[in-house]
Design a protein around this ligand. Structure first.
Ligand code: GLU
Length: 291
């Protein structure tokens, strides 16, 4: 059997919290048990929100938790060219289209539609789907607008992509933290509508860069939070379109805050650095999250 390759892939746009600690420790434990590798990947495509200070904090927190990872670390901001190559391929295959509606226009359109009593569909995160009118624009009109410098985002034509693949699309989901047993889950990328794959300020997107990197880094096991379960549908679709291998997945439980809600990076109290400063040990953190 090939060596299992796990990865922990945080974004340095805030401090790591207990949820990240759980994810990192679970990946580390599985890699060790299966005599596999553990990679750390810094997902810093959003240059406006990611900072070197947060990145330094990630290394500090993981080292303090006793986690070891391979070097060099892949930092996505150093590989925009890889994502651009993949995007160009999707452009050439007419699986993406330039979407010209601004955020404000999308908001206004949806508010207007809903005022007239029609509920607009939303994705699993509750965000309204993109009204895909631009798909009807002629090639000439698209080119005219682009030549005139109109702002646009490249969006996946999810229907065209699904039609291209035809077959049912699924992924392998392990049934437990021990990765014992698994089942096939039907991928439903259409739940997300036409997702953005690249825009002017960020020339790639989470979905695009994550599938490219998982493939380039030969990741075999993606172990991450349950909040990314449905996103796997889009990622499986992109893997198929780009002829990338599919890793197997386990979406682990989320660590909730005292109010029963998902932790966020702005919740200072459950931040690893804050706990450390208040005198907690790495063993205390493990106990708190049950690992
Ligand atoms: N970078 C993502 C995050 O911090 C995780 C990506 C993944 O594990 O697929 O939420």
């Amino acid at each position: 059997m090939n060596t299992p390759v796990f990865r922990f892939a945080p974004s340095p746009n805030g401090e790591l919290h207990l949820g990240h600690a759980y994810s990192a420790l679970l990946n580390a434990r599985l890699a060790e048990r299966m005599e596999g590798r553990l990679l750390l990947r810094i997902e810093d495509i959003d240059l406006a929100r990611c900072t070197p200070e947060f990145e330094a904090g990630i290394y500090r927190d993981l080292a303090w938790l006793g986690i070891e990872w391979e070097r060099p670390v892949r930092r996505q901001s150093e590989h925009f060219g890889d994502y651009e190559d993949a995007l160009n391929r999707l452009i050439a295959e007419e699986l993406v289209y330039p979407a010209f509606m601004s955020r404000g226009e999308i908001r206004a359109f949806i508010a207007d539609t809903e005022k007239r009593g029609r509920l607009w569909p939303r994705d699993p995160d509750g965000v309204p789907l993109y009204p895909a009118f631009d798909k009807a624009l002629s090639r000439r009109e698209r080119e005219r607008r682009m030549a005139h410098g109109a702002l646009f985002a490249w969006r996946l034509d999810t229907d065209a992509a699904r039609a291209r693949l035809g077959d049912r699309l699924s992924w392998t989901e392990f049934s437990s933290e021990e990765l014992s047993g698994s089942e096939q889950i039907e991928a439903r990328p259409e739940q997300w509508g036409d997702v953005v794959l690249a825009r002017k300020e960020i020339p790639t997107s989470y979905h695009l860069s994550v599938v490219i990197d998982d493939a380039l880094q030969s990741v075999t096991h993606v172990v991450r939070g349950r909040d990314l379960y449905a996103a796997t549908g889009v990622q499986r679709l992109l893997q198929e379109l780009l002829d990338l291998p599919a890793p197997r997945y386990f979406h682990h439980r989320l660590i909730l805050g005292p109010d029963g809600r998902k932790l966020s990076k702005s919740l200072g109290d459950s931040g690893i650095a804050a706990l450390r400063e208040r005198g907690a040990s790495a063993a205390d953190v493990r106990k708190m999250i049950g690992i």
